[in-house]
Design a protein around this ligand. Structure first.
Ligand SMILES: O=C1O[C@H](COP(=O)(O)O)[C@@H](O)[C@H](O)[C@H]1O
Length: 254
């Protein structure tokens, strides 16, 4: 059952990133007292990567048993391995490299990058779907992600689900390729709504006045065709972690 969004407002983007990091670390420690392994979905984007940097800088990161955490991505820019624009590359620089041996390599699940064996987004998407299925409970196509982080673009996109695109209507597979992203690079791979909706907790992180119209539309329940973020809901919790600038157009009560 999709949950109604709860909104937590922070003074600015740096405080938001620090608070989201603290919140995620606390959530993981709490969950590890009664469940393992945990499955966490990372996001790219400004606040998403800043949040990972804050986790790396926090002494509390050592309270998490990273050997019991699997890391996935909500979307990826379909580029060669190591490309600085890949969400994976940015996440490794921001956090994963700092965790070192505490995080087993087998727990890290990047989307397959562009190379001779993975020539297109469809191949990457199919391989990612197979990896998700291998970690899913019986009868499911994805793990029930414990926390799924999403950034949101000024156009309201989440992961690589963009307004007006056919990918918004894909409900039969957990992963899809996008060949015409309006935000560079055009070639991307993304979780679909059913995969996002399988998450126990969806946390949308968004900061800045340029996001304000999309935040207002999403929280007012706009159609996903125009504001994809409106359709991102967790089964147990949907949390919008935002800053003051990003909620300036929200109507009280939404
Ligand atoms: O391209 C992407 O953009 C969004 C949002 O990025 P932001 O810089 O506006 O915060 C991000 O969530 C997504 O993962 C990424 O691929």
């Amino acid at each position: 059952m999709p949950t109604h969004p709860e909104v937590v407002v922070h003074p600015d983007a740096p405080v938001l990133a620090a608070a989201a990091a603290a919140r995620l670390l606390t959530r993981l420690v709490d969950l590890q007292s009664h469940r393992s392994p945990l499955h966490v979905v990372l996001t790219g984007g400004t606040v998403g990567i800043a949040t990972l940097r804050e986790i790396a800088a926090s002494p509390a990161r050592d309270a998490v048993d990273w050997s019991g955490v699997h890391l996935w991505w909500g979307d990826e820019r379909f580029l060669p391995d190591g490309d600085p624009d890949r969400n994976e590359t940015q996440a490794r620089e921001a956090l994963l490299d700092a965790l070192g041996d505490a995080l087993p390599a087998a727990n890290v699940h990047p989307f397959p990058a562009l190379d001779a064996a993975v020539p297109d987004g469809e191949t990457s998407a199919a391989a990612y779907a197979a990896d998700l299925a291998a970690h899913a409970p019986e009868g499911a196509t994805t793990p029930a992600f414990d926390v799924l982080l999403l950034g949101m673009g000024p156009d309201g996109h989440v992961a690589s689900l963009f307004p007006g695109k056919a990918t918004l209507d894909v409900h039969d597979v957990p992963v899809v390729a996008e060949h015409d992203s309006p935000k560079p690079p055009p070639e991307r791979v993304s979780l679909t709504y059913p995969a996002i909706g399988a998450a126990r907790e969806v946390w949308v992180v968004a900061a800045g006045a340029e996001k304000a119209p999309a935040v207002a539309r999403a929280l007012a329940g706009d159609a996903v065709a125009t504001t994809p973020a409106a359709g991102a809901r967790g089964t147990e919790r949907t949390l919008w972690l935002v800053d003051v600038a990003a909620v300036q157009e929200v109507t009280p009560g939404d």
